[in-house]
Design a protein around this ligand. Structure first.
Ligand code: HEC
Ligand code: HEC
Ligand code: HEC
Ligand code: HEC
Length: 197
């Protein structure tokens, strides 16, 4: 049940390394093929877990990536959009290895996105981390990971992938910021709001 906490070690390493690398120069932008003719827009507030019995989650994308919600510096796009970097970069943070598009040479940043939103290559989490039993758009199956040191396979459904992505950072903030209003992983209603009956 609390398996996400076992993942925290890696998540923290990623977090710490990401913090340290904030000033490191990123590779310069190169044009990669567009996903579609229509323009991809930067979301402001996203409703997640739509139609879920647990209740919907309101995720403020702007505050999470505009510097309002700081982790000692702005949160990097690739903290969440982990496939939006070259394979050689992703591989520095095992178990990460998959990138999209598969031949990508750029790392998603606000500059890359501003320059050409379509060429920046942003895929929705849901297009790979589909709901249990649903087929993802961009992969043959929902991603799976082998737990370190065991043979257990975890299927990274939307529920597991989002929980891990959101909680690993929030937990770290809770530990470090007294009085923070950051959501608590075990207080489900700190994110999931059920409609008032
Ligand atoms: C804290 C996590 C987080 C950070 C940081 C973040 N995003 Fe996102 N982003 C998301 C989530 C979650 C979605 C919704 C994905 C879904 O619906 O499957 C999203 C969606 C998007 C979309 C819409 C994709 C589509 O096709 O609808 C774009 C564009 C985007 N992000 C760009 C960026 C850029 C550029 C940055 C960095 C400046 C960034 N994001 C930083 C979590 C994040
Ligand atoms: C193109 C498909 C794809 C997209 C898009 C994608 N992921 Fe993943 N994700 C994967 C795969 C595959 C793995 C397994 C590790 C690997 O192969 O890189 C993974 C692993 C993860 C993990 C586990 C990492 C760990 O340390 O155990 C989390 C958390 C995660 N994704 C969250 C997200 C979030 C949040 C988004 C959107 C902002 C997202 N993913 C977008 C394919 C994707
Ligand atoms: C890399 C760090 C990081 C990640 C990843 C992250 N958050 Fe946050 N989140 C923050 C910070 C920082 C705050 C503000 C905390 C404070 O005010 O002290 C915050 C606050 C929030 C809040 C409360 C304030 C509000 O906007 O309503 C919600 C809800 C929230 N996050 C949802 C999410 C969800 C859902 C995800 C995963 C898709 C996510 N966050 C991923 C850093 C993060
Ligand atoms: C940091 C905010 C956050 C907290 C805290 C949180 N969740 Fe979630 N939860 C999410 C997000 C984001 C998703 C992915 C929604 C999506 O796929 O659109 C999700 C997905 C789910 C889903 C799948 C829903 C669906 O639509 O497929 C369930 C069930 C769920 N959570 C239960 C819980 C329970 C039970 C708790 C408390 C132990 C909890 N969550 C705590 C953010 C949170």
């Amino acid at each position: 049940m609390f398996r996400r906490y076992f993942k925290v070690g890696f998540a923290f390493t990623f977090f710490a390394v990401a913090l340290m690398s904030l000033d490191v120069a990123r590779p310069t932008a190169q044009v990669i093929p567009s996903r579609s003719a229509s323009q991809i827009k930067m979301p402001e507030v996203i409703k997640l877990a739509k139609g879920s019995k647990q209740g919907e989650v309101t995720f403020n994308h702007t505050k999470h990536n505009g510097g309002d919600y700081s982790i000692g510096g702005p949160i990097l796009c690739i903290e969440c959009h982990h496939v939006a970097q070259p394979a050689s970069e992703a591989a520095k943070f095992p178990p990460l290895k998959t990138v999209w598009p598969t031949n990508r040479t750029t790392t998603l940043t606000i500059d890359l996105f501003t320059e050409d939103p379509n060429a920046a290559g942003v895929a929705k989490c849901h297009d790979c981390h589909a709901r249990q039993g649903e087929k993802p758009k961009l992969m043959p199956n929902i991603p799976e990971l082998k737990d370190p040191g065991s043979t257990t396979i975890t299927t990274l459904t939307n529920q597991l992938a989002f929980h891990q992505a959101c909680d690993s950072c929030h937990f770290q903030i809770q530990m470090n910021r007294v009085g923070s209003k950051v959501p608590n992983a075990v207080i489900c209603a700190s994110c999931h709001k059920r409609p008032v009956a």
